[in-house]
Design a protein around this ligand. Sequence first.
Ligand SMILES: *[C@@H]1O[C@H](CO)[C@@H](O)[C@H](O)[C@H]1NC(C)=O
Ligand SMILES: *[C@@H]1O[C@H](CO)[C@@H](O)[C@H](O)[C@H]1NC(C)=O
Length: 351
Amino acid sequence: MDSRRKTLKTILSCILGAVAALLFYLNAVNSNRLVRRWNLPIHRKSPSTTTTGTTAAEPQWEDPGPYHVAYPRNYTFVMDDTPTCKTTTPFLILVVPVAPSNVESRNAIRETWGSEKLVLGQLVETVFILGLPGGDNAEQQQERLKEENQQHRDLIQSNFQDSYRNLTIKTMVMLEWLAKNCDKSSFVIKIDSDVFLNVKNLVKLLLDPGTSKENYMTGLVWWHSPVLRNPFIKFYMPTDVIPEPEYPPYPLGMAYVMSLDLPAKILRISPQIKPIYIEDAYLGMCLKRLGISPTDPPTQKTFFVDPKHPLSRCDLSEAIATMTKMLSQMKWYWERSRKEQPCSIAQVNQE
Ligand SMILES: *[C@@H]1O[C@H](CO)[C@@H](O)[C@H](O)[C@H]1NC(C)=O
Ligand SMILES: *[C@@H]1O[C@H](CO)[C@@H](O)[C@H](O)[C@H]1NC(C)=O
């Protein structure tokens, strides 16, 4: 009885040991495969450069993981024959990041605020920036984009794949384009395609003697934007990527304005800061490293991210950029802003 139990015990421990050994082996094979896969793109580098510091610049790094993007990289422009900044020197450039398929928004902008070329005596030009179309009909989409550009000459296209996750790449490529072509111009606004822009109010602000011509970035500045730690929500960011509880101050991505010395400065510093996929917060990180602080707009009523629609006549006459819910609303605000008398001084005083 006793010896049988002993034998059983021995057999059992043998089986357990074998299973453990097998699991260990499978695990080793698996992680080896992982290591091999991760090593592939960084073959030419010494192992010491593969550590994942937040400041490591790794141009060869292929898989950025869920929180970073593949930048810097040798991206090239596949479409870039716009005359803007090449044969013209606008005072202000309106750059609209847009999905390749979103031709409705591009046309709406061309018909509304994007059509304003001479504002308060200043030359203003609009360009759209996009990546490569994806999906089954990518080739057809690309053909249509070429035709669209032949007609309007306002598309700038880079050879990364256009997706929401790649917005930071789009922003950095935009800065590259601006630094290369537009250093004689004064200001740029990066503005999303669903935003109504009052170009005149913006030019007025930029012409104001109180507006700095250098190291200037404005918009709806988030001075204390918390780093979100709930893994189930959008913009989740784990502590090992961003240990600080708050992002450095940055203007919200829907519309931000820069003096045109900043693109080159941000590009120069950016290899020191690994880019996260949240493009506006990343620009805040770059600004902080440069020792530059964003500037609040002169009043609280200039940049609206979540306004109560419809905007009152007074709000509309003061606004610079307002998020809208649909293109028809954007067009309607533009028409109202052209037709209606500006809010009178008497009314402002009453408020
Ligand atoms: C980047 O790509 C272009 C075109 O493919 C090439 O001419 C250039 O040498 C590349 N530059 C670097 C630094 O790899
Ligand atoms: C951009 O995003 C897509 C999917 O979101 C991804 O597959 C692609 O590799 C990304 N990067 C570049 C550089 O295109």
